[in-house]
Design a binder for this molecule. Structure first.
Ligand code: HEC
Ligand code: HEC
Length: 245
């Protein structure tokens, strides 16, 4: 128990210092009275004992730097009233019984934190050249070496022109290049858009990337991939993505 308390105490000191540093380093842009009051609520309830902002604080619970953009105010309001109702079976967060104005201020603070940190987290550096991306642009476009298996063909096209999906999407988990990692996409795809099957969602992601924007990511996927890729190439890529469970 003493160790745990010490852990939290250290986290608290480190993150308080970190927040002071961040506040000092960032030009004072629109820190509203609500956001400032929200920072006090954040400290008063020791949110940073468990959570990080800008990666600093306690590592027990998720980083909340972009939680405002990811979840939105309505979701966060409900979550804070009854956190236990949200992700049963996982680590649980205590309900703090915040007052209405404490919650309003806290949300203003989280919104401010999100906007201050547009480029957080920094992109991981791909040290192994193209190796970790798996980029292979050699024999591009030659059909002689095309694999016979549709999923293998899909992976082939995933890494090669004309689309080179792999310049923006890693297949390693939790690695963000420009777009999200597609590790496990087959398991997520069916839950993205209500009424859309995994297959339909993946097809739409390629042909109409603007339809659904993955929260926290920029809307920068090219609009013309549906024309650059043949129908067959798209089918193969989808078959490949559906193997990533
Ligand atoms: C004792 C540790 C602890 C403290 C203190 C704590 N949290 Fe959490 N929080 C968690 C855990 C664990 C999760 C992840 C579990 C979950 O999402 O239900 C979480 C998740 C969250 C989420 C994400 C919910 C989602 O679904 O994405 C938000 C927002 C949040 N906490 C806000 C806060 C705020 C604001 C405070 C301070 C008032 C706070 N937390 C204090 C442990 C804590
Ligand atoms: C220029 C960078 C870029 C390229 C190239 C690119 N994407 Fe994306 N992609 C993104 C970004 C950024 C997002 C997240 C924003 C969004 O949803 O549009 C995304 C989202 C996705 C998603 C949704 C992921 C999810 O978790 O729901 C899929 C699937 C996807 N892309 C597949 C592909 C495929 C297949 C190709 C190649 C045919 C490709 N992308 C090429 C940048 C790119």
């Amino acid at each position: 128990m003493r160790g745990t308390r010490l852990f939290f105490a250290v986290c608290l000191v480190v993150s308080a210092a970190a927040i002071v540093l961040v506040l000092a380093a960032v030009p004072p842009r629109e820190v509203t009275a609500e956001a400032a009051a929200g920072a006090n609520v954040w400290r008063a309830y020791r949110c940073e004992g468990c959570h990080t902002l800008y990666g600093m604080g306690g590592a027990y619970a998720p980083d909340l730097t972009h939680i405002y953009a990811q979840r939105g105010a309505d979701y966060l309001r409900e979550f804070l009233v009854n956190p236990a109702a949200f992700h049963p079976g996982g680590r649980m967060m205590p309900a703090f019984g915040l007052t209405r104005s404490e919650t309003d201020n806290l949300l203003a603070f989280l919104q401010w934190a999100d906007e201050q940190a547009a480029s957080w987290p920094p992109r991981p550096i791909q040290v192994a050249g193209g190796g970790s991306i798996g980029l292979e642009s050699d024999d591009a476009g030659t059909t002689a070496s095309l694999p016979a298996d549709p999923a293998a063909r899909g992976e082939y096209w995933f890494k090669r022109p004309p689309a080179i999906c792999a310049t923006c999407h890693a297949l390693a988990a939790d690695t963000v290049i420009v777009g999200p990692s597609l590790a496990g996409i087959a398991s997520r795809a069916a839950d993205r858009v209500p009424g859309q099957s995994a297959e339909a969602y993946l097809r739409d992601s390629i042909i109409n990337p603007g339809h659904f924007i993955v929260p926290g990511f920029p809307d920068v996927m090219q609009r013309n991939l549906g024309e650059k890729l043949s129908a067959e190439q798209i089918n193969d890529i989808i078959t490949f993505l559906l193997t990533l469970e």
